[in-house]
Design a protein around this ligand. Structure first.
Ligand code: THU
Length: 134
């Protein structure tokens, strides 16, 4: 059964993602991203991207939100949905690394993001076929 969430919850998640990008630290790319994770418990967690002068140390908004959820709920935290928003309101699908981290905690997760032709809702397994598992 594909994951579905109510229109009201979708709007709440996107609004929280838009609020989250305001705290982004993105002086190098000027690309501010916010993300919201909805867990099975029904709690929302926010994250923003945090860049570093040593560029490779940058962490994406999605992973920061997921790690906040793990820190709060523990290792059995399950992701129901993830929403992504950017300050420039342009396309931003989760990067490959974030897809793998989403899959770890939410193999049935639904991802809300802006694609090339507008808002998309896509299962993580469509964004990441054959995700890695030990
Ligand atoms: N970024 C995210 O936070 N999430 C994504 O899904 C894609 C990229 C960040 C990383 C970096 O700070 C900036 O966007 C430009 O790549």
């Amino acid at each position: 059964m594909p994951m579905t969430i109510s229109a009201e919850q979708q709007e709440q998640m996107l609004a929280a993602a838009r609020a989250a990008f305001k705290n982004a630290h993105a002086p190098y790319s000027n690309f501010k991203v916010g993300a919201t994770v909805l867990t099975e418990r029904g709690t929302l967690y926010q994250g923003c991207n945090v860049e570093n002068a040593s560029y490779g140390l940058t962490i994406c908004a999605e992973r920061n939100a997921i790690f906040a959820a793990v820190a709060a709920e523990g290792s059995d935290m399950t992701i129901k949905a993830v929403a992504v928003a950017t300050a420039n309101d342009g396309p931003c699908a989760p990067c490959g690394a974030c897809r793998q981290v989403i899959f770890e905690f939410g193999p049935d997760a639904l991802i809300l993001f802006r694609g090339q032709s507008g808002t998309e809702q896509m299962a993580i397994t469509k964004l990441l076929p054959e995700g890695f598992r030990l």
